[in-house]
Design a protein around this ligand. Structure first.
Ligand SMILES: C[S@@+](CC[C@H](N)C(=O)[O-])C[C@H]1O[C@@H](n2cnc3c(N)ncnc32)[C@H](O)[C@@H]1O
Length: 246
């Protein structure tokens, strides 16, 4: 979709402080070999490339059209469901807003562990939809419910971040596991508003086609983003980090 690069850049803009804080928490070193899996528009991979000037970064994605190799950042076309890296290839693996979409996510976390060197870190972030049910805006609830239903129909799990991400990482043999949650605020015209507006311009017609909401519901939900008094929270981002023992 022509709006996709803009949407990915907005996602990068509002998640950058959360992600870089989590990556710094690992004690990241300049010589580390890093993987950004599902690298999207490449913002995190570029940050890792600069942060690890004596190391190497692979930006891997099933769709590499927005990724360019530069400096110590290489690009790899890679399907996380079926492709593999050699055991012990990385000191750090980052993946964001990808696991929740893949039905194979639990098994994939074990494979991520095998790609890490002993002592290597996994940092994984996924949104979780638990805040929309308590929204005071019925129009916003209808919009978000339709979106989470669409995601579920495509094999995604809207609650994976809160309900399973940390547990899966801990049960997959990681140590020093911990979790942080950052709630997203919409309203006030910030990057999250611009993200959701771009996103609903992409998925809105599909949700209407599938009768998950009416065209009027779609318009009423999106119109809230123009109301100066509208402030709410559609979701939160759950970040979990853990270390391969050894
Ligand atoms: C919502 S975007 C997130 C992009 C980036 N991680 C970020 O947070 O800015 C999800 C990304 O995962 C990628 N992706 C989806 N399925 C994948 C798969 N099976 N293997 C590798 N990448 C995949 C998509 O192409 C897309 O770039």
């Amino acid at each position: 979709m022509p709006t996709e690069l803009g949407r990915l850049r907005l996602l990068e803009e509002f998640l950058e402080p959360i992600t870089t804080a989590a990556l710094e928490r690992t004690g990241i070193e300049t010589r580390w070999r890093c993987l950004d899996l599902g690298a999207g528009a490449g913002g995190v991979a570029r940050w890792l490339g600069k942060r690890c000037p004596d190391g190497q970064v692979i930006a891997a994605d099933i769709d590499v059209k927005f990724l360019t190799a530069e400096g110590n950042v290489d690009v790899r076309e890679f399907d996380a469901r079926t492709d593999d890296f050699a055991p012990g290839s990385f000191d750090l693996i980052h993946t964001r807003a990808m696991l929740m979409h893949l039905p194979e996510r639990v098994e994939l976390v074990s494979r991520l562990r095998s790609w890490l060197t002993p002592g290597g870190w996994l940092v994984a972030t996924d949104p979780t939809g638990f805040t929309s049910a308590s929204s005071p805006y019925p129009e916003w609830r209808r919009l978000m419910d339709a979106f989470w239903t669409l995601m579920t129909a495509h094999g995604g799990d809207p609650l994976w971040g809160r309900q399973r991400l940390a547990r899966t990482i801990a049960e997959s043999g990681f140590a020093e596991v911990d979790m942080a949650i950052h709630t997203v605020v919409v309203g006030g015209g910030g990057p999250a508003d611009r993200f959701w507006r771009a996103f609903f311009s992409q998925v809105g017609p599909r949700m209407v086609d599938l009768a998950l909401l009416t065209p009027d519901d779609l318009a009423a939900g999106v119109a809230l983003l123009d109301e100066p008094s509208f402030f709410d929270s559609p979701d939160a981002f759950v970040t979990v980090w853990g270390r391969r023992p050894g």
